[in-house]
Design a protein around this ligand. Structure first.
Ligand SMILES: Cc1ncc(COP(=O)(O)O)c(C=O)c1O
Length: 368
């Protein structure tokens, strides 16, 4: 059997045909009509007024904070369990990240662990792997405390809470289009908001802060964080089949869950598939040792897997935040594994992966 990657992009003839026809049309490749169409389609899909593409999810988070006026001296709340980009974006603005712990049920911020002071200006809520806590509580908490709510929904395109798209509850939402996401344009990000002021500031900042589109007069030191029509052509094709892409992720999750449900040492997080589109298939193991051993065993059987993100405060750039202060994230992060999760993953491969996991459990614990 060929090596099964933990994840690989799902690209079909649709993108190839659309790209060929775009390239033959004399388009300028850079951001223009196709990007406008992509942004409009995404705004419709998500149910928001404004959607602006940028070069990555990380840049999206950074611009979102800048556009909302976050500056050095401000504090921004971030979870200790997330991809490092969340906290890096805060550091880029010069603001100070305030790290908080997560809830073991959904692995997103535990509101009870947030300690506020007057400098706290924003709250980045990360919906990890398409799951979230009660978003009404998140919104109310932010309003009550005068916090700008930025949703890091980089892993949540196609996921809902109470039938509303994640990424659309806060003042600003941010998505990512890297190769392992629900739709991918290689790199790329999206900022969404219902606030016209935020939308206008993001549009200007990403295009050199021009006083007006195409003008060579500039109001400030802006950026070039523009998208390209080449990427949009690819994204638009994937958006046409987004229901298929979403359903595949859900089916894959369900198949793993069904095949592994009787093994007590392997746990799945509670996942409502009517709302959540799991980006990665995540499982929890009894300890870091077992997790590491399973990864090695899977690799020996030609199966790729990936450990959860390390806790932020165990990462070198953030080692000033004391170890042991965030007990949930500091333990969960070492016991989780992402199994092969590609949209194109065939059923017989999932069956093989699950048989291999079962073999590992039998050899290690005699079966349970
Ligand atoms: C939660 C989260 N935030 C931010 C990012 C950064 O997105 P990008 O890689 O597009 O910069 C990612 C990427 O995977 C992510 O998972």
């Amino acid at each position: 059997m060929d090596f099964i990657q933990q994840v690989e992009p799902y690209i079909t003839d649709l993108e190839a045909k659309a790209l060929t026809s775009y390239l033959q049309s004399g388009g300028w490749l850079t951001e223009f009509k196709k990007t406008e169409e992509f942004e409009k389609s995404l705004a419709e899909f998500l149910g928001v007024r404004y959607a602006v593409t940028v070069t990555s999810g990380t840049v999206g988070l950074y611009l979102a904070l800048l556009a909302a006026g976050i500056r050095p001296g401000d504090k921004v709340i971030v979870p200790n369990y997330t991809m490092i980009a969340t906290i890096n974006a805060v550091k880029w603005t010069g603001a100070e990240p305030v790290i908080v712990d997560i809830d073991p049920v959904h692995l997103c911020t535990d509101l009870m662990t947030v300690k506020l002071d007057r400098s706290c200006k924003a709250f980045i809520y990360v919906s990890i792997n398409g799951r979230s806590g009660n978003m009404n509580e998140v919104v109310n908490f932010s309003r009550r405390n005068n916090l700008l709510l930025v949703e890091d929904a980089c892993q949540s395109l196609g996921s809902l809470w109470n039938n509303q798209c994640l990424g659309t509850f806060g003042d600003i939402g941010v998505f990512s289009f890297t190769p392992h996401k629900i739709i991918t344009t290689g790199q790329g990000g999206l900022i969404v908001s219902n606030d016209e002021g935020i939308y206008k500031r993001v549009k200007k900042l990403k295009d050199f802060d021009r006083v007006a589109p195409a003008s060579d007069w500039h109001e400030g030191i802006g950026y070039n964080f523009k998208f390209t029509d080449l990427q949009s052509v690819v994204g638009l094709e994937q958006l046409k089949i987004i229901s298929f892409r979403i359903n595949k992720k859900k089916e894959i999750f369900k198949r793993y869950q069904d095949l592994l449900k009787d093994i007590s040492s392997i746990k799945f997080l509670p996942t409502d598939l009517t709302q959540t589109t799991p980006w990665f298939i995540d499982i929890l193991l009894p300890s870091q040792v077992v997790c590491d051993q399973l990864m090695v065993f899977l690799k020996q059987h030609s199966i790729g897997s990936r450990p959860f993100y390390p806790p932020i405060n165990h990462q070198k750039p953030y080692s000033d935040y004391p170890k042991g202060s965030f007990p949930i994230s500091e333990s969960v992060a070492y016991c989780g594994l992402w199994l092969p999760s590609s949209i194109g993953l065939a059923d017989n491969k999932i069956d093989y992966i699950c048989q291999t996991i079962r073999k590992f459990v039998q050899e290690s614990y005699g079966g349970s």
